[in-house]
Design a protein around this ligand. Structure first.
Ligand code: EPU
Length: 366
């Protein structure tokens, strides 16, 4: 029989390869679905039902099929801690199209589906000669999740480049387009956090400049570019510098479960921040918000309390970055949360400053 296909079993028709005759279903529903691969902490939770949306136009029909169940939307689960099995139907967007909507003299409008990987969009935009997103390279997660916490890094925040968000308003049962002002972007904040569960983001439109003033002042970027031998950087060089810094400082969620910064940098009234800075001259204090508050480095305080690199069971703090909580293997969401509470209690005791989680907690309150 060498060199020939084995004969088909009796009673079956031999298969022939040909073009696929069926398009992927616009949506699908799975019962009792494992979520370990759908959250970057790799917590082994399960969802009662998992609704996958490939075509957002089918969203109203799919929602009607699972109604009246409340929904939990997971992008790539990179900003969520599943402290318990969710009770809600989990919704995942799988629309992964990127399109140019408009070319203007100084900018281009790009639309990306909620299911597009964020870093893929950054790389795509740079390959198209567009700038703006370079400082946000390698942030885990999806396009649909990016506006929710207004992802930010190395001196840039995504909200600056968002023109419109397409969403389904679950309260009013209608499609909406929210412009930049309506999204109410702030530090790790937006309308979508202020009115949780109301909007299901299906696509985002970005206004990307052809020539953006590069932001090189955030600590480490200039040094990284210098080490790379780049004298006159373009946007792609900045992205490469950010990628190199992130790879060094932040653990890869593929290898070690984590959700990036677990704690937000706390904002304090100016006088209180100055008192602390006087007492701890090495505590990094950054410009805060328009109300004159200052932002303190939570990483520094956590490290000063001795948590950096510490491990209890399978829950731990990354040895590379004190803000990053990690799952060394089989920590449950509840164990990770209990560990995070011990960290925050010790920071409160030592510095008198409350710190709060950045990821969304499911099945628990902070
Ligand atoms: N620091 C420490 N110990 C550490 C890490 C940092 O003391 O282990 C101190 C250092 O003095 C450092 C300062 O904290 O100069 C700031 O560190 P870093 O530049 O890493 O910034 P961050 O404030 O800790 C924020 C974001 C990160 C983002 C970086 C870079 C938040 C909550 N986190 O971290 O975002 O990558 O800036 O822009 O704002 C994320 O959101 O998941 C995330 C990783």
């Amino acid at each position: 029989m060498r060199g020939r296909d084995p004969p088909p079993p009796r009673g079956t028709v031999p298969r022939r390869r040909g073009p696929a005759m069926t398009a992927p279903a616009p949506w699908s529903l799975t019962e009792n679905a494992p979520l370990q691969a759908l959250n970057t902490f790799h917590v082994a939770a399960r969802a009662p039902r998992l609704l996958r949306i490939a075509d957002p136009a089918a969203l109203p029909e799919a929602l009607a099929a699972v109604a009246p169940a409340p929904l939990l939307v997971l992008g790539s689960g990179s900003n969520v801690l599943l402290a318990a099995d969710p009770e809600d139907t989990v919704l995942c967007f799988e629309n992964r199209d990127i399109a140019i909507l408009e070319h203007r003299a100084d900018h281009t409008v790009v639309q990306a589906g909620a299911g597009v990987s964020w870093h893929e969009l950054v790389l795509w935009s740079l390959a198209e000669g567009l700038s703006g997103l370079e400082n946000l390279a390698l942030i885990p997660g999806t396009v649909g999740a990016a506006p929710i916490q207004n992802i930010g890094a190395y001196g840039a925040q995504v909200g600056e480049f968002i023109q419109l968000v397409d969403a389904w308003d679950t309260r009013d049962g209608a499609w909406v387009q929210l412009d930049q002002d309506a999204c109410r972007f702030g530090y790790r904040d937006s309308l979508f956090k202020q009115e949780p569960d109301r909007y299901l983001i299906t696509a985002v439109q970005f206004r990307l400049p052809l020539l953006n003033e590069l932001r090189l002042d955030y600590a480490g970027i200039r040094e990284e570019l210098q080490a790379m031998g780049v004298e006159l950087p373009v946007a792609a060089d900045v992205a490469n510098a950010v990628i190199a810094i992130r790879r060094r400082k932040l653990p890869d969620p593929e290898r070690l479960g984590n959700a990036g910064s677990f704690f937000k940098n706390p904002m304090l009234p100016c006088e209180q921040a100055e008192l602390l800075q006087h007492r701890y001259p090495e505590l990094p204090v950054f410009d805060g918000d328009s109300e004159g508050r200052r932002k303190l480095s939570a990483a520094w305080m956590i490290q000063a309390c001795g948590w950096k690199g510490r491990r209890e069971g399978d829950a731990g703090v990354s040895p590379e970055h004190a803000l990053v909580l990690v799952n060394h293997g089989n920590a449950s969401g509840a164990e990770l949360l209990a560990f995070a509470r011990r960290i925050s209690a010790s920071v409160l005791e030592t510095f008198g400053v409350p710190i709060e989680p950045e990821p969304r907690l499911i099945g628990a309150r902070w």
